[in-house]
Every structure is written in structure tokens, then in C-alpha cells.
Design a protein around this ligand. Sequence first.
Ligand code: UDP
Ligand code: MG
Length: 319
Amino acid sequence: MQPKYSLIVPIYNEEATIPEMYRRVAAIMSRLDDAVELILINDGSRDRSLQMIRDLHQQDERVCYLSFARNFGHQMAVTAGLNFARGQVIVILDADLQDPPELIPDMIEKWRQGYQVVYAQRTQRRRENWFKRFTAYAFYRLLKHLADVDIPTDTGDFCLLDRQVVDVLNAMPERNRYIRGLRSWVGFQQTAIRFERDPRFAGEVKYTFHKSLALAVNGLVSFSKVPLRLSTYVGLLSALMAIVMAFLVLYWRFFEPNSPLTGFASITVAIFFLGAVQLVSIGILGEYIGRIYEEVKGRPLYTMSEIGGFHEKPPSEVK
Ligand code: UDP
Ligand code: MG
């Protein structure tokens, strides 16, 4: 049987949230007008998540699952879910209930009106600490400024996608997947629905500072060439300063014989400054080249150790 709706939930060490997540999602699933599949992707959890997922699959035939052979990260888990989803309408949401499943019927309503991408935009983050709120705020605005495509601010991966969009996403071979960016890049009829982001239902945040930073850098590098140009701008500016200084030095030498033309300290500062600019520029180049290297290696996006509820290979698996 072909489900009309596919719900994708990535799971990494979520034993504390799975039962409540299933309860709330199942309540929504029974309200929908057609067949649904719930795809749970175990992203190499080290707790009892996988066992709990297997049990859910046993109890409820609408639940299918994929289990990665190790932790590949949230974006890959979502990618795998998109590769395997069979529905006409695909919804991505987090396992920790920060993305309220109760919003799904409203999203579907928008889809009926003809939108192919309905993304949820948070108006407020309640009870997340100031550091997370501030960095997220700053990052989304920086990204909006720098990115080649218009990536709406304050949107996460919580969204509804039409089959047509998912097919396009699945056909994209790139390995560095910043899904909320790709989702904007593809185009189609898009609309937002606003919501207040609840605090995590239980358990700890799985996005460590390191992972969040990696995601942010990936978003910037994948969708903007501005960082590459930065070194050109700084270089031009330094050249301009150097020319002005050269004229000043000549002027002092010829017209003000008494001027103290010592400047050991300023020379040291200038050397350090230029050295720093060069190293940072090389680092930025490295970010781009590293990604080229990743793409060229052409490894699979993820390795799967277990699949439940899917009978064939996904039609749209990225080769
Ligand atoms: N997650 C994952 N792999 C990871 C990290 C997170 O699949 O390596 C999942 C996690 O289980 C949750 C979602 O991604 O369903 C979002 O993670 P979290 O709530 O920790 O991050 P937030 O976006 O709230 O900062
Ligand atoms: Mg969360």
C-alpha cells in the first residue's frame, strides 16, 4: 500500500522522548485523511533508542525505520528519510517535540492550497539559553545577508515537502547537505507558517556546540562565496593603506627632516596583522577545498545496518 503522507523523524539517543513523541505523532496520524508512514531514522544511537524503534515497528505497521551503522549527523538522517519516503507529502520533524506535530494538519492545509514547500518559522525560542538564542539569531541574519539564495531566517528543518520537491532534493548528488538551504535553493511555491518553539521535551540537546558550529560553517560555505572574496577585499584595503603610508613616509623624509621616523612597534603590529589576514584567508580557502575533496571522493552519504518496513531498495537512493 502506498502511503500518502510520510513523516520523517531523525533520532539520536532519544530514549527519553520516543514514547511521548510517538504518542503525539500517532494522535495526529489518526486524524489525517489518508494512509501515513512514520519513518524513524536511528542515527547511531548509543542508548535504547533502536530497541524502542523496533518495538514500535512491531506494534504499529505504519512505523518503518532505518538504522545507520554509526552517527552520521542530523542532516544525513533526514537525507536518508527523504531517500526512502514513499508518500506524496513528506514532513520532517525533530524527535524532541520542539517541532509540535500538531502543526502538521495546518501544513497539509497549505499544501492543499497549492504550496509545495511549507516551512515552519519560529517566532520565539522559549527557555533556550541566551547563548543559543543569540548565536542562532546572529547566524541566521548573517546567512541571509551572505547567501546566494534567499534562506528565510529562523527556520529549521521542520517543514512539509511535496513529492516533486523531494525528487529534486534526492537527485542532488552533493554530500554537504544543508537541508534548509537546499530547500530554498530548489524554488517552487513556498510559504511559511509561524510557531513558537517549545523547549525540548526531555533529554539533552544532541547538537553540541561543535556540531552546531559545523552546521553553521557548512551553511555559509555551501551557500555563499562571500568568505572567499573577503580576502580580496582585505588585501585591497591593505594595499591602499600601504600606498598612503608610502606617500606619508616620503613626505616626512623630504619636507620634515626632524620627524621621528622610528616605528618599530607599528611595524611589528603591521606584520602580525598581515600574517593573521593571510592565515585566515588560507583557512577559508581550506574550508572550500576540503569540501571539494569530500565531493570528489564520492563515498556514499551513509551506511545502513538495519532496515525495517521497507520491502525494496529506495527508488531514489543517491548513488
Ligand atoms: N539528531 C540526529 N543526529 C545527531 C544530532 C541530532 O539525528 O547527530 C537529531 C535529534 O535526535 C533530534 C534532532 O536531530 O531529533 C534535533 O536535535 P536537537 O534537538 O538536539 O537539536 P536542536 O536543533 O534542538 O538544537
Ligand atoms: Mg531540539
